[in-house]
Design a protein around this ligand. Structure first.
Ligand code: GLU
Length: 283
């Protein structure tokens, strides 16, 4: 595992809606970790899933980050402008025999999976498209070697991607590259040393490590913060109608407390002052 000497972190929101408390917590965690390491902090817009992008969301997210004092250090990067990089990665994987075209439709997979009792891809097209099938997507050939990594917060995490997930989609034939491929290409291209994000992505990490190994890219360090939930115990998201957050001192305090900071009673209600406190405080 190669890690660059200096710290580079990032927040990578998808512009599918405004920031909610959960995404604010993830942004704040990665920002504070970067600053406390004297590092660089970047914002990357993961806008590949054009069906889910929402007009105005990118603007709302960026204004909200700035309002909280979460200022990024280098120009914004948008995944929608980086297709050639993902294309090159797909070609590299295909040449290495590690990616293949797949003709399975979601419907045919749903039927196959019923029979297998799990969400694992049954490998139908792994050794060639069935006669008459059309290419619908490209899949990565997952290995059945267990991936182990040490998360900075969650500790050791293991997954056998080949057995538990199977060969996963890295590009849909009709359109976008998948999150798993794009995130790996970009984290490497941007020299990211430390990924700090929500624990909902913990079980995507072994897939990303497999792709890094297949593409000869370094593996960053990972820290997955607990995911904020609502009163029903559901993850805050657009699907669970999590309300948008607005920059204000009270919300910043709540997000810091969620991350385990103990705030003094007399901290006051000035955003900059609260942020400065967090930057020098011990968690
Ligand atoms: N774009 C992803 C999301 O909004 C996060 C990707 C990441 O941090 O790796 O959930």
């Amino acid at each position: 595992v190669t890690v660059a000497a200096s710290y580079r972190g990032r927040f990578a929101p998808s512009p599918t809606g405004p920031l909610h408390f959960g995404s604010l917590v993830a942004a704040l965690a990665s920002f504070l970790d970067a600053r406390r390491h004297g590092g660089i902090w970047l914002v990357r817009l993961e806008d590949l899933d054009t069906d889910r992008n929402q007009p105005g969301a990118e603007d709302a997210i960026l204004r909200c980050l700035e309002g909280f004092g979460l200022h990024w250090d280098e120009p914004l990067v948008r995944q929608s402008e980086r297709q050639e990089l993902y294309d090159a990665a797909l070609q590299q994987l295909r040449q290495a025999g590690l990616a293949y075209p797949c003709g399975c439709s979601r419907k045919s997979l749903a039927q196959a999976e019923e029979g297998m009792g799990g969400p694992r891809y049954p490998g139908t097209c792994r050794n060639g498209l069935p006669a008459g099938a059309i290419v619908r997507s490209f899949r990565f050939k997952s290995s059945e070697m267990e991936i182990t990594f040490k998360d900075r917060y969650q500790g050791e995490f293991r997954q056998n991607v080949g057995l538990e997930v199977g060969d996963f989609v890295i590009k849909r034939a009709d359109g976008p590259f998948a999150y798993q491929l794009a995130v790996v290409v970009d984290d490497a291209a941007q020299g990211i040393t430390d990924v700090v994000r929500g624990a909902d992505l913990l079980d995507s990490t072994p897939r990303q490590i497999l792709l890094q190994q297949a593409l000869n890219l370094p593996t960053p360090r990972y820290l997955h913060v607990p995911v904020a939930t609502n009163a029903q115990g559901e993850k805050l998201s657009k699907q669970t109608r999590a309300p948008a957050v607005q920059p204000n001192p009270q919300t910043l305090k709540e997000a810091l407390q969620y991350l385990g900071y103990t705030l003094p009673q007399d901290l006051g209600n000035d955003l900059n002052q609260i942020m400065n406190y967090a930057l020098q405080a011990a968690e």
